[in-house]
Write a protein that binds this ligand. Structure first.
Ligand code: FAD
Length: 357
């Protein structure tokens, strides 16, 4: 009953007269190919992909979302939700794209330690508000990522996720428009099956219009990144792999291989370099963090070391990911262990003597 079909199909264009009916039903904008604003609203973060929907509804409310879903159903068109375009993987030919970014209200209940946010909010908008209340959400590494897509996919925070678990497991409730056009409030009591399915089911069970989730009393971290010359990749990877399992859950770290251009958001010493970096987010005291990180600092001479006590609002500087769209190819795999043969293979494939550029 709740299942919404997302996918590509070769459907005819939306006729202007049908678009006019949809326009009359929504407060937001309805955009056809060629309309002013259509290209901005179909823009995606991964430049290897392109969205080419039949129509885009830039929604301003749950009512707009309902109208868009009913329109799609009446025309037998798939629905695709776009918040930021960080994870668009198909062209959405013939589809109705619902853009949610105007629905970005953020309300904090400091006493109850919860946030209620519109589906279009991105992490930077939420962290700004939660920090003012002395709290933090289980956000991702990149402040421009959307709260909804991140949370509906599980949401693994590289700052607090190891100690607190997945963001989806800290959702209190979701407002969602299902395939029949109904706006439902799903929580553990009112719609337990839908509530369960949405938290990890991504966009497959409806269009979320708002969500409410837990916050945590975190205002600072001992965090940052230590950048080493790429030529020392094997040494640093060996030290980090041996070090990480002995750390407490309040310490989150990751290892990255970076072939950087001269992105403006990067510190100058990193421009146009081949580097490896160990990224750190520790929610204990700075002195404990410093003691804990000492073996990593001894792995090789650093090109740059930004690990220090920081306000939670500065967490984007830990990973320093691109803020502007880039072309990329993404695959991930979960490992139970990371033995030395696997480490050697990674160095062979991505290290200083590899063909990787
Ligand atoms: C630079 C970068 C850093 C990242 N860091 C992390 C990280 O630290 N931890 C982590 O867990 N993930 C991370 N991710 C992955 C990220 O969580 C996913 O790409 C997520 O889907 C992005 O959501 P979005 O709303 O920004 O993107 P969009 O492309 O707008 O949406 C992606 C998909 O989410 C679904 N969706 C979005 N909004 C809704 C809605 N309102 N209702 C129903 N479905 C919806 C749809 O299926 C949509 O196709 C990162 C991604 C990038 C590009």
């Amino acid at each position: 009953m709740y299942v919404m079909i997302f996918g590509d199909s070769f459907l005819p264009p939306v006729l202007p007269k049908d678009a006019a009916v949809l326009t009359a039903a929504v407060t937001g904008s309805v955009l056809l190919p060629g309309d002013c604003g259509y290209d901005d609203e179909r823009a995606v973060f991964n430049l290897n992909h392109e969205l080419l929907p039949a129509v885009i509804v830039v929604a301003e409310s749950a009512v707009d979302v309902q109208a868009a879903v009913m329109f799609a159903a009446s025309q037998h068109r798939p629905v695709v939700v776009r918040t930021t375009g960080h994870q668009m993987v198909g062209p959405a030919h013939g589809a109705v794209v619902i853009a949610t970014h105007r629905m970005n209200d953020v309300t904090i209940d400091a006493a109850g330690r919860t946030a209620r946010v519109g589906a279009g909010a991105v992490w930077s908008e939420v962290v700004k508000e939660t920090a003012a209340a002395g709290l933090a959400p289980l956000n991702g590494s990149n402040p421009t990522v959307g709260v909804s897509g991140y949370t509906l996919g599980g949401g693994l925070s590289p700052t607090l996720g190891r100690s607190h678990g997945y963001a989806a497991d800290h959702v209190r409730s979701l407002d969602v428009v299902t395939a029949d056009g109904e706006l439902r409030h799903a929580d553990a009591q009112s719609e337990p099956d839908l509530f369960w399915a949405l938290r990890g089911g991504k966009g497959n069970f409806g269009v979320v219009t708002a969500l409410e989730f837990d916050l945590f009393p975190v205002t600072r971290l001992y965090g940052g990144a230590i950048y080493f010359p790429g030529e020392r990749m094997a040494d640093v990877l060996r030290v980090w792999t041996g070090w990480h399992p002995g750390t407490p859950e309040t310490m989150i770290s990751s290892f990255a291989v970076l072939r950087l251009a001269g992105q403006a958001e990067l510190p100058i010493p990193l421009h146009n370099e081949f580097l490896v970096s160990v990224r750190i987010a520790y929610s204990g005291t700075a002195s404990d963090g410093e003691r804990m990180v000492a073996p990593l600092r001894a792995a090789a001479p650093a090109v740059l070391d930004t690990v220090a006590d920081m306000p939670y609002t500065k967490i984007a500087t830990i990973h320093n990911e691109p803020a502007e769209p880039v072309p990329y190819y993404e695959r991930s795999v979960m490992l139970k262990e990371f033995p030395s043969q696997a480490q050697d293979k990674v160095v062979d494939l991505a290290g200083p003597d590899s063909a990787s550029t």
